[in-house]
Structure formats: C-alpha cells, structure tokens
Design a protein. Sequence first.
Length: 136
Amino acid sequence: MPATQPDGSGRPAPRLHGVRVGGRDLLLDVPVVVGRRPTAPRVVAGVTPRLVEVPSSSHEVSGSHVEVRQHGETVVVTDLRSTNGTRVTEPGRVPVSLRQGESLVARAGTIVDVGDGNLLEILPPQRIIPTKEPLL
C-alpha cells in the first residue's frame, strides 16, 4: 500500500527526490542549504533546513550559497543571494546563471555549480541512498 499524506487526506505522499553533495546522497525530506559555512535563516517558516558545508579554499562559495527543496513532486533550487552566483545545467539544456535570490525548478539530472568545484546533482527518487553519517 503506498504511503499517504500525513494530513490525513488519503492522497499519496510525493516521492522524495534527493541531492548529491560531495559524494553524499541526501533525501529532500527537508530543505537543504549548501554553503561554505551555512546557517539556518533567522526566521524559519516550516521545517528547519539541513545544513551542508562544502570546501571553498578561494571563497567562491558563499556562507549560505544555495537552497534545494522539494514542493510536492517539484524540486526548486534557490540562490541565497550568493556573491559569485549559481550556475545550473539541466539535462540537454544550455547552462543558466541564477541571479541573487532567483529560483529555478530543476528536474532529475540537473547539475548545480556553486563554485570551487562543488557540484550538486538533483537525483530521481529511485536513486536515493541516504547517508548514514550524521550531518551538520
């Protein structure tokens, strides 16, 4: 029997996508904030995001650089007003640069470049292998 929404509506729960960051596969059960030294927003609407730190020896990656979250069946990538921008490449498309604060709907296979060689990959639900190590 398929999982249903926790609101008791009986509707099927959305299948959760994932994001690969630095070789770790993370489930998008909560928003993921990636950066050099990510911090949660001062005011959190809903659930607290998972904070994922990536290396940035030349400081190309902002402290809190990008957010990846799932809304229903859709994955949304949002530049968190980063200094050096976020480059997004969807399968079969020309790369685009997100402006500060701009969001983009991303599909499985999309690559998000936050700088300093740090690439995030949007994963389809069937490829998710949650990391067992504790996360920040």
